[in-house]
Design a protein around this ligand. Structure first.
Ligand SMILES: *Cc1c(COP(=O)(O)O)cnc(C)c1O
Length: 455
């Protein structure tokens, strides 16, 4: 039995897969935050370079990956697919479990898959500085790394709770030359407004996005860069699934279930969209897709499917998604990367259509699976990836009950080497199993923008 399925550098995909033309219906347009009327590509130009704007709205099913980007991808791509047979034994399941390991990138997660092309396109168009937000620090690290390779300055607004919990992520970004601020800051109007209301605000991704967008919009040589949620990011991440499909083929397999965790949806989309494309085209009608999210921020399972602001202050586009409300600040769970109040619009369409199933998990059950994984397969999962592992354990048990040797493929989105304080808290029994109350959800949904009739 092969343990790891490896591809050659020449197998790095030459094109990204764009799922938009294959979706059941046209995507809901982005709305302008001021007028709440549909936004055109020109409205995105102040914050994104032309090439990215074109990709954001493209109806082309395949988009070429520039040679300069593939050249950088070669540093860590193609990433391996592993057969987790020790985990199978530990879970006492007849299922065959495979995982696509994205922890091999310099930043330790899947995020450089999009940071690199974004830095490349910005540098091509003469941009000098990129601004962004980061939660757990994974995205900030990825962009700092990519910025270093393309000689761009990078300014990162890091959610304050993570800035305090993860000093080494900050140091990593600084090693790659980025400037990192704890958000909310007093450097932007958005940040100052939040601090006035709550000087001890732990910050949120929504707030940090507002600060980064404002910084880019008010400086001519700077553009903004997003790590998840929007179409072009999900597009770039499809290198994961395109490689994985080849690797599963080499193993003589096609997955019955594909599983990944969801913060904004980019690693989930990256792994699953090439497989979901097969299902949408009627080639593989039975494959199931499971999106694992935290019970403390259960957007897909308990959010409202509605138009909402992408950021806390209402500077960025208004998008149709499953949302807990743009002012929602999740509890301080350790999966910093899964604390966003909404999700990628294309993923939300797929959940709404019943093609993707969302499942929400509490912290302790996820860490229990992360530890089981570390003790069987060796790799230490990021707390985010531990959510996918929880779903894998459920599916492994379901296969046992059904007496079927199902094939499970999951996304191992990143390693947890910078998350050891979270493991510490778990071992000390100090992780709270936060579950969001319905009254908080109801209150958040009250604040959704009222969309004019006819939009
Ligand atoms: C950022 C991150 C996530 C969540 O973000 P998505 O856009 O949903 O993928 C998951 N896992 C890791 C390791 C991350 O860094």
């Amino acid at each position: 039995m092969v343990k790891k399925i490896l591809l050659a550098e020449s197998d790095i995909p030459e094109r990204w897969y764009n799922i938009l033309p294959d979706l059941p219906g046209p995507p809901a347009p982005y709305l302008h935050p001021g007028t709440l009327q549909p936004m055109g590509p020109a409205d995105l130009a102040p914050i994104f370079p032309q090439a990215i704007v074109a990709q954001e709205v493209s109806a082309e099913p395949w988009i070429e990956i520039p040679d300069q980007v593939r050249d950088v991808y070669r540093i860590w791509r193609p990433s391996p697919v592993y057969r987790a047979e020790r985990l199978e034994k530990a879970l006492d399941t007849p299922a065959r479990i495979y995982f696509k390991y994205e922890g091999v990138s310099p930043a330790g997660s899947h995020k450089p898959n999009t940071a690199v092309p974004q830095a490349y396109y910005n540098a091509q168009e003469g941009v000098k500085r990129l601004t962004t937000e980061t939660g757990a620090g994974q995205w900030g690290s990825a962009l700092a790394f990519a910025g270093a390779l393309f000689n761009l300055e990078v300014t990162v607004y890091m959610v304050k709770v993570s800035y305090e919990q993860k000093p080494y992520r900050r140091a990593m970004m600084e090693a790659w030359g980025a400037t990192v601020h704890a958000s909310p800051t007093d450097l932007t109007n958005a940040g100052r407004g939040i601090l006035e209301q709550d000087p001890d605000s732990p910050g949120s991704l929504g707030i940090a996005i507002s600060e980064a967008v404002e910084d880019a919009a008010t400086h001519d040589d700077a553009k903004y860069s997003l790590g998840s949620v929007v179409n072009h990011v999900l597009l770039h991440q499809t290198v994961i699934g395109l490689e994985a499909k080849k690797q599963m083929e080499m193993a003589g397999e096609y997955p019955d279930v594909v599983i990944a965790c969801v913060g904004g949806g980019s690693n989930f989309a990256g792994l699953t969209y090439p497989f979901i494309g097969d299902r949408l085209k009627g080639e593989r009608s039975k494959t199931r897709f499971i999106a694992a999210e935290p019970a403390a921020c259960p957007t897909l399972t308990r959010g409202a499917y509605a138009y909402d602001f992408g950021d806390a202050v209402g500077l960025g586009p208004v998008v149709k998604m499953f949302t807990l409300g743009h002012s929602f600040v999740p509890d301080r769970i350790h999966s910093g990367g899964l604390r966003y109040h909404g999700d990628a619009p294309s993923l939300c369409t797929l959940v709404d259509q019943g093609i993707v199933e969302g499942r929400a998990y509490k912290q302790n059950e996820c860490f229990a699976e992360a530890v089981r994984f570390a003790r069987s397969e060796g790799f230490l999962p990021a707390p985010e990836a531990a959510h996918a592992l929880r779903a894998v354990a459920q599916e492994a048990a379901a296969a046992r009950e059904a007496g079927e040797p199902r094939t499970i493929l999951f996304g191992f989105s990143g390693h947890g080497h910078f998350d050891m304080s979270a493991y510490d808290a778990y071992f000390a029994g100090k992780l709270e199993d936060v579950e969001l109350s319905q009254s908080r959800i109801d209150a958040a949904i009250e604040e959704l923008p009222r969309i004019p009739a006819g939009v």
